[in-house]
Design a protein around this ligand. Structure first.
Ligand SMILES: Cc1cc2nc3c(=O)[nH]c(=O)nc-3n(C[C@H](O)[C@H](O)[C@H](O)COP(=O)(O)O)c2cc1C
Length: 328
């Protein structure tokens, strides 16, 4: 049995990562039913929203799913609150991201608490140092997310990052993330030492999600060339499809010092992912935020088809590579 499938209890060694305002109950339940692990991206939402999303995920599936949190000293009261909800609702996985690097004491405290309550720990890292800390604190799964990926941008590309995370990890199962949307990416991740993959961008336009049709269209027609980076002044830059909002954000960041730009950018960008994902404004106030692999995402498919295509193509490539005559 492949290591990641054994830890997750899934058909595929694949995680569909949390995406704010996008990985809601319909998508997470569809991912679970199709044989992968989905993550509810609701870690900062108020209690009633988190509970409602958990309930709506559990209606169409009895398979496990995860809920996301952010490990941070400033967010400890939020960690407390979401942990209590996870325990009370028998959530089997907590998915912990971080924005400021993993502090060992804080990480140990929360990982131990989740484990004591029977919850498995998946954590996302962007450096080998963070991977070593997560591993020492007994993470079950460590996701190495590279610069190409959607959501908050990391510093090192997946190809360079992943082997360093594999080397720094002694116990946990390593997962590759960032820039993977087909079987070629899956095969490459396995060759670099990962036990499986996480994807986000490839699941933006799936049939089952409640991502607005305007935003889906924007993703399906965009290429990597259409992406710009916004928000570097805030310390949490993202890729987004160039539009009127990104032009305004980039102008502010060009014409002001980072300190001056940060609050203006935060004000303007706040809520923009929701405005695009739920209201469908992809031009003026909304931000559509796929990762660099967006060029490969050209068809609206079901979750099951997307998973099957990636996995089957990946396995075929790995099997044919094993039989290459030219490798003597
Ligand atoms: C639109 C979008 C929103 C995201 N929001 C979050 C988030 O709220 N929290 C998080 O930990 N990761 C977030 N991510 C990152 C994904 O969970 C995943 O790590 C990433 O998408 C993988 O890279 P890929 O986009 O190249 O597949 C987001 C990704 C996308 C595309």
């Amino acid at each position: 049995m492949e290591k990641l499938k054994a830890v997750l209890g899934t058909k595929y060694p694949i995680i569909v990562g949390p995406m704010a305002w996008i990985s809601t109950a319909p998508l997470v339940a569809a991912v679970a039913n199709a044989g992968a692990l989905g993550v509810l991206g609701v870690g900062f939402a108020p209690n009633n929203v988190v509970l409602d999303q958990i309930q709506h995920t559990k209606l169409p599936t009895d398979k496990p799913f995860a809920i996301n949190v952010t490990i941070s000293r400033q967010a400890e009261s939020n960690l407390e609150r979401v942990t209590e909800i996870a325990i009370n609702n028998k959530i089997q996985f907590i998915y912990a991201d971080n924005f400021e690097g993993l502090d060992k004491n804080l990480t140990q405290k929360w990982f131990s608490k989740w484990h004591r309550n029977g919850i498995k720990v998946i954590t996302k890292v962007s450096t080998a140092e963070e991977a070593a800390i997560a591993d020492q604190c007994d993470a079950d799964v460590i996701i190495a997310k590279g610069w190409e990926g959607g959501g908050h941008m990391t510093k090192v590309g997946t190809m360079a990052l992943l082997p360093t995370v594999v080397d720094a990890t002694k116990k946990a199962v390593v997962v590759a993330s960032g820039g993977i949307a087909d079987g070629r990416g899956y095969a490459a991740a396995r060759m670099l030492g990962a036990s499986g993959i996480e994807m986000g961008t490839a699941f933006l336009p799936v049939l089952e999600g409640d991502f607005h049709s305007n935003a889906k269209k924007a993703v399906l027609s965009a290429t990597t060339e259409n992406l710009v980076m916004t928000g570097y002044s805030t310390g949490a830059p993202c890729w987004q499809i160039q539009n009127n909002l990104s032009e305004r954000l980039n102008t502010i960041e060009r014409e002001n010092s980072p300190v001056q730009a940060a609050s203006k950018v935060a004000n303007l960008a706040s809520g923009s992912i929701r405005v695009a994902a739920q209201e469908g404004d992809t031009q003026n106030k909304g931000a559509v935020m796929p990762g660099q692999v967006v060029t490969l995402v050209t068809k609206e498919k079901s979750v099951a088809q997307t998973l099957e295509d990636v996995y089957n193509q990946g396995i075929k490539i790995l099997k044919s590579a094993a039989n290459l005559d030219e490798l003597q």
